[in-house]
Design a binder for this molecule. Structure first.
Ligand code: FES
Length: 781
């Protein structure tokens, strides 16, 4: 259980997901909303908002409720008591340190709550991104005012668009609304982009709203992944806001002090952003400064609406028949039992079998009444990284395609360098399949009206989902609207359209809106994983200098395979394989596995050469930004004293070094009492948000480094629950510190992924330093 659904029953916290309604009959039930009646904030909720103690916010209401109950029992709990009370709650975003701080802070006076969230905007006659500029009826949806348009570059055949567009509206009330195709999954883009728009327009962030990921209203966007939100959407938002500022200045002629609303009231003006002059980071007055997360009050009071929360009158709930194992195909199914049930709709088309019923329990019962048989394929088994899995991947190579296609790069002559070296070293590293474990499981609500389909869904790729829905339903894309409410985490796991398709098919068959919400078990058994990997590294050194570097990474993919060290002879090979389990994107994808191997190996080389691992790295690092983060992390952890380890890397334009101090118990359990991340992602737009991302990524990295691993037999997942698949909890997290290096001379890079990269190798290196034992498999424990 994750604890997100915790409520108070007669002042005692209980998990509502396992509490029968009859059990609370006649008793007082208080939710997070009930703790903060309209116009007020419960002290705990206020402290969470003030400390920014969340990222996606999905776990927050449950945390607030549990913490409120704790403070009732114990008004001033110490950190140990807080950790113990909240240890049953999972924050997959890794906000634990800030939650701890918030609960300690709680007890302050109540403050007024903000207004409830704005409703969705109406539907235009046709999606704006699919209509020519002059055909978009902006003012059928938006009130009078000024609209500034930056059209996205359309993708070429088979390509993704290199950058998104944006548009922005300034209303007669002076409020600014910006539209962007990226989505918010807890990475804080909504806050950072709001600050950039406010900066250009010289208004308070509270005067700016963002519409994100609504395919009827937002410009086309390839998707929210790859730490691209800031590099892509940041400049787009800056451009439209700067163009709006220029247009407003023109409109103001002679009335410089007039509020924006006065300048545009009564107008219906549309202008295109050409090449406006945006504010350089060293002149920022709003961006780059401390600012609370946008929508904090909605999060801490439970008012925030995720896709799982969206309801429509008369809607049904869907449940889908799932294959029992990877590779299993449906041999037969008998729907007779369901066909006889009142109010239940069944669908069987193209191997898709599902039911819809008035509530989730009825849908689940109807599904359980189906008789299905499956054809299963014998396959490999894996307990984390087993020898059989390693062998399987080595002997089932493939050409790969898309993100996992093969890659080869060669510089100099590795073989000649190894032949003449003083020292040669070869080692193999491996990583397990990892599950995303999103706090908000996949969910979609689909509704058909007059041949047009609207789907509310938590996805990282709304426009790709629109395309998939149109193709599967046999309707044009103009007939499909995908709306992405801010989503309870993604981590690369919400790229595919599956849950949206399931809801749309059921809704069409039922003739009523249908919501499909995956269970936590389905997240393990029916989604996809971060790839398992096998990585061979062969290296050489002569005269104390590194002379050869050869890496072959099997199945992980090529991200992060590059070597940042100045080594003259290099051979880099990324070799795809036929994965026995479904696999795909994950936070930083292959870069985590490739950094684990490289940064572990560099330490091994240092040991063989009798060199200090930090000194060896610094001597071979040509990039001053990587040198700077490595030096900062080393200094912060007190290198080289104690059981400490360090690792570094560069990925997606951001530089990271992680240093840890570990403790190893007599039974061999590893804990990490202290973790420091030094991070340089260029100019820092939102320092608080970036620090949250860095801390959260580091905490997520602890799970993959120490204990997370998918276990399977013949394609069947053996640990498909939060009880069996361990993710970091309060008790796993010590002091976590982020050192941000603000490079105002460099455009912002994304910060959501790179800070996870160096966690595992830093711990592996500390483990070697503490025990003399080198572990080359992730997870380490
Ligand atoms: Fe806790 Fe996202 S903020 S799961």
């Amino acid at each position: 259980m994750c604890g997100a659904c915790t409520v108070l029953v007669d002042s005692r916290p209980v998990r509502s997901c396992v509490t029968p309604a009859a059990e609370v009959d006649g008793r007082a039930v208080v939710t997070a909303e009930g703790l903060s009646p309209p116009g007020t904030l419960h002290p705990v909720a206020g402290a969470f908002a003030e400390a920014g103690a969340f990222q996606c916010g999905y776990c927050t209401p449950g945390m607030v409720v549990e913490a409120a109950a704790l403070l009732e029992r114990m008004p001033q709990p110490d950190p140990a008591a807080i950790r113990e009370a909240l240890n049953g709650h999972i924050c997959r975003c890794g906000s634990y340190p800030r939650i701890l701080e918030a609960v300690q802070r709680a007890g302050q006076a109540a403050t007024p709550a903000a207004a409830p969230p704005a409703p969705y905007l109406p539907r235009p006659a046709s999606p704006w991104d699919l209509a020519a500029g002059e055909e978009r009826e902006w003012f059928s949806v938006l009130p009078e005012g000024l609209v500034v348009v930056l059209d996205p570059r359309p993708p070429g055949p088979g390509q993704w668009a290199p950058s998104p567009g944006a548009w922005l509206h300034v209303g007669g009330d002076g409020h600014v609304t910006a539209f962007i195709g990226k989505v918010e999954v807890g990475q804080g883009t909504r806050t950072a982009l709001t600050l950039l728009a406010a900066e250009e327009l010289a208004v308070a962030p509270s005067s700016v709203s963002l519409v994100m990921g609504d395919t009827d209203l937002c410009p086309y966007d390839e998707g929210t992944f790859g730490s691209l939100s800031m590099p892509q959407a940041g400049p787009a938002i800056q451009a439209v806001a700067a163009a709006a500022r220029e247009e407003l200045r023109t409109l103001a002629a002679g009335r410089e002090e007039a509020p924006y609303g006065d300048l545009v009231r009564g107008l219906r003006l549309v202008v295109h952003a050409r090449q406006p002059r945006v504010t350089p980071p060293d002149s920022w007055r709003v961006a780059g400064r401390a600012a609370g997360p946008v929508g904090a009050v909605d999060v801490v009071t439970g008012a925030k609406r995720f896709a799982t929360d969206v309801h429509l009158p008369g809607m049904l709930h869907g449940a889908v028949l799932r294959a029992p194992a990877a590779g299993a195909t449906l041999a037969s199914v008998d729907l007779a039992a369901v066909d006889a049930m009142n109010g239940v709709v069944a669908v069987h088309e193209d191997g898709f079998v599902a039911v819809a019923a008035p509530d989730r329990l009825a849908a689940r019962r109807a599904l359980d009444g189906l008789r299905a048989s499956w054809d299963r394929q014998p396959s490999v088994s894996g307990r984390g990284v087993s020898e059989s899995l390693t062998e399987y991947l080595r002997t089932h190579l493939s050409a790969g395609e898309g993100w996992d296609r093969g890659f080869t790069h060669e510089d100099g002559d590795v073989d000649a360098a190894r032949a003449t070296a003083d020292v040669t070293l070869a080692a193999t590293y491996s990583t397990a399949y990892l599950a995303h474990v999103p706090m908000e499981t996949r969910a979609a609500l689909a509704a058909w009206e007059g041949g047009r389909l609207t789907v509310w869904v938590g996805t990282q790729r709304p426009f790709a989902v629109r395309e998939a829905l149109a193709e599967a339903m046999g309707v044009p894309q103009t007939a499909v609207r995908v709306i992405v409410p801010d989503t309870g985490t993604g981590f690369g796991g919400k790229h595919r359209p599956d849950v949206a398709l399931e809801a749309a098919r059921l809704a069409r068959a039922a003739g009523r809106p249908v919501k499909v919400r995956w269970s936590s078990r389905e997240e393990f058994t029916s989604s996809y994983f971060r790839p398992a990997a096998v990585i061979d590294i062969r290296t050489a050194a002569a005269g104390g200098a590194l002379t050869a570097w050869e890496v072959t990474t099997i199945n992980a993919g090529s991200p992060g395979i590059g070597c940042p060290y100045a080594i003259p002879n290099q051979r880099l090979v990324s070799q795809p394989a036929q994965s026995p389990l479904a696999q795909g994107s994950y936070r930083a994808l292959a870069a985590t596995a490739n950094h684990f191997a490289r940064e572990s190996h560099i330490d091994e080389l240092a040991h063989r050469l009798g060199a200090d691992p930090v000194e060896l790295r610094l001597r071979h690092l040509p990039d001053p930004r990587l040198t700077a983060v490595l030096s900062a992390a080393a200094e912060a952890i007190g290198w080289p004293d104690g059981p400490v380890g360090i690792a570094c890397g560069v990925e997606k334009g951001a530089y990271v070094a992680t240093a840890v101090q570990i403790a190893v118990t007599g039974e061999g359990a590893i804990t990490v009492p202290r973790l420091v991340t030094a991070f340089d992602a260029g100019a820092v737009v939102s320092p608080e948000n970036l620090a949250r991302q860095v801390e959260g990524a580091a905490i997520m990295g602890l799970g993959g480094a120490l204990f997370e691993a998918v276990t399977f037999e013949d394609g069947e997942i053996c640990n498909p629950s939060l009880r069996q698949y361990r993710v970091p909890r309060f008790s796993d997290v010590g002091d976590v510190e982020a050192i941000l290096i603000d490079r105002r001379d460099v455009p912002p890079a994304g910060g959501g992924e790179t800070p996870i990269l160096a966690v595992a190798p830093a711990i592996a290196n500390a483990l070697f330093r503490a025990t003399g034992r080198r572990v080359r498999t992730m997870p380490l424990a």
